[in-house]
Design a binder for this molecule. Structure first.
Ligand code: NAD
Length: 251
């Protein structure tokens, strides 16, 4: 078990990538605080971890609210006496959101986590993993479909994810050597977030043609990258993006 005795806080862990991370960390021996907006899914994932013999709690959390993020950190410390691992994973995207909403969750939420997480971890040490994206490394154009990435929420998503890389570097400098801060840049992963993509054939074709691996990634493939960054196997790594995109940014 790679995370035995560790206390981990994972935001947005009720579904998709966050859920896969929570289940893997629970199976690897970590005590897991699920900080999630959706009460039903958040509770369900905590129960899944417990049913598998692990330790988990759920706290309703909106990471766009600084006080909620502080409460989630405090709840982790209350429950297990420490915070060793913080995964700032919660994120939104798509046409239903405004510029402000996307920035609030995908950028400000990560900032609140880094800021208060680092303060809590500084003395005993710890690890922060931010969920960026390949959209934090490059821009996107979809031929004939400017409403997808040329829109306000699309632009906000690109801006926020580039910002997450900036926060990762900045907080890595602030946290070294006690606290390591890295981020993951996933490519197209099959979750609720990418459902509009998988339901529109031209979009799916575009995503698959641009992905040299020729398929969508699975949440579990990102969870394994998170485990690497959260554990001692990445002990000399800080301030860095780990790209898990099936080759999208290699083109
Ligand atoms: N799926 C992909 O292709 C992909 C690619 C690159 C990066 N990402 C990033 O990975 C992260 C997870 O995405 P996903 O695909 O698993 O999405 P998802 O929609 O499947 O799951 C996101 C979870 O976060 C929760 N959430 C949303 N806003 C929240 C908030 N303000 N506070 C707390 N919880 C909140 C949702 O309720 C949901 O349970 C996001 O940051 C996303 O930008 C995803």
């Amino acid at each position: 078990m790679k995370l035995q005795g560790k206390a981990a806080l994972i935001t947005g862990a009720g579904a998709g990538i966050g859920r896969a991370i929570a289940l893997l960390f629970g199976a690897e021996g970590a005590s897991v605080l699920i900080a999630e907006l959706n009460e039903e899914s958040g509770r369900a994932v905590a129960r899944e971890i417990e049913d598998a013999g692990g330790r988990a709690r759920f706290l309703p959390t909106d990471t766009a609210r600084e006080d909620d993020v502080k409460s989630a950190i405090a709840a982790t410390v209350d429950a297990w006496g420490r915070l060793d691992i913080l995964v700032n994973n919660a994120g939104i995207g798509g046409a239903a959101y405004t510029w402000d909403q996307v920035i609030a969750v995908n950028l400000s939420g990560v900032y609140y986590g880094c800021l208060h997480g680092l303060q809590t971890m500084r003395e005993q040490g710890g690890v922060i993993v931010n969920m960026a994206s390949m959209a934090g490394l490059v821009g996107f154009t979809v031929a004939g479909l400017p409403e997808v990435f040329g829109s306000a929420p699309g632009n906000a998503y690109i801006a926020a994810k580039h910002g997450v890389l900036g926060l990762t570097k900045q907080f890595a400098l602030a946290g070294a050597p006690e606290v390591r801060v890295n981020c993951i840049c996933p490519g197209w992963i099959e979750t609720a977030l990418t459902q509009p993509l998988t339901q529109a054939q031209p979009l799916l074709d575009w995503a698959l043609q641009g992905t040299p691996m020729g398929r969508l990634g699975q949440p579990e493939e990102i969870a394994k990258a998170a485990l690497f960054l959260a554990g001692d196997d990445s002990s000399f790594m800080t301030g860095a993006p780990l790209v898990v995109d099936g080759g999208w940014t290699a083109r």
